[in-house]
Write a protein that binds this ligand. Structure first.
Ligand code: OAD
Length: 248
């Protein structure tokens, strides 16, 4: 990566009118939230996230899974959006067309002021009935012991997040599909994701192959680096404010 890359990326951002942003856990790393695969620290080090964040894991021990989510939520509640989240919210105010698709469940983009946010893996802040599928508004069902959490009707509740082996949050998927079908973005920003999921790779390829400029921001470039116009091997909290700041 060279200084020219940052300048080239800033020019692409400055000229963009229609922007699609796809974020992953890396955008929240500087807020103190471990990336998904690093999240297994401390007392949860001996648990495989794919065991806890799974229908089988929940069926086996719903109380344990709720304790894990409550601990993650407690970590999130103690964090603040970082400069990267805030820069994306500022960018949204500056362009006529903007959609932010996040794989994160932490709600930090919304807390930073982003509005057109779609959470394809759901939200750790929302609870849904494990029996009826009814989704409760944030805060309507307190996530507090004794676990497992139950709905006001006394039914077993679960976090409204996508677990391994489950269908992604289809309204979020449809929002991106509709956005791309209406018109391709001038610019696709890929921020802090290993981009391992096929739908992420397909959207990036679709935009790149239809002429969108693609910028990746990640200290460790993802599999999508080869289709990017610019790869900034930088932390999101440093790169995004530099890209989005008004030219002096
Ligand atoms: P990962 O944990 O797979 O990847 C985090 C990415 O963030 C890596 O590419 C890091 O290099 C990068 N990163 C770390 N610190 C960063 C920083 N300060 N600035 C920018 N990038 C940074 O997280 P995701 O790609 O989000 O799915 O993983 C996607 C999905 O895989 C998660 O949503 C989860 C997991 O399975 C479900 O829970 C369904």
């Amino acid at each position: 990566m060279t200084d020219g890359d940052l300048e080239k990326a800033a020019g692409l951002v400055r000229r963009a009118r229609r922007v699609l942003v796809i974020t992953g856990a890396g955008v929240s790393a500087e807020s103190g939230i471990p990336t998904f695969r690093d999240a297994q620290q401390g007392l949860w080090a001996n648990f495989d996230p794919q065991q806890l964040a799974s229908p089988e894991g929940f069926a086996r021990d719903p109380a344990l899974v709720w304790q894990w989510y409550a601990d993650r939520l407690a970590t999130i509640e103690q964090t603040e959006p970082n400069a990267g989240h805030r820069a994306l919210a500022a960018l949204e105010q500056r362009v006529p067309d903007f959609l932010l698709l996040t794989q994160n469940v932490d709600g930090l983009h919304q807390r930073a002021g982003s509005r057109n946010v779609h959470e394809i893996h759901g939200s750790i802040r929302r609870v849904r009935c494990a029996e009826t599928g009814r989704v409760y508004a944030e805060g309507e069902v307190p996530i507090v012991p004794p676990f497992p959490v139950r709905t006001p009707e006394g039914r077993l509740a679960r976090p409204d997040v996508v677990w391994f082996g489950e269908l992604i949050h289809m309204p979020a998927h449809r929002a991106v599909e509709d956005f791309l079908r209406a018109a391709m973005p001038d610019l696709l920003l890929l921020v802090g994701t290993t981009a391992l999921f096929p739908y992420i790779q397909q959207w990036a390829w679709q935009a790149a192959s239809h002429g969108s400029a693609v910028i990746e921001i990640n200290p460790e470039p993802s599999v999508l680096a080869e289709i990017c116009d610019v790869v900034l091997e930088m932390r999101a909290g440093k790169a995004l404010p530099e890209l989005v700041s008004e030219p002096v």
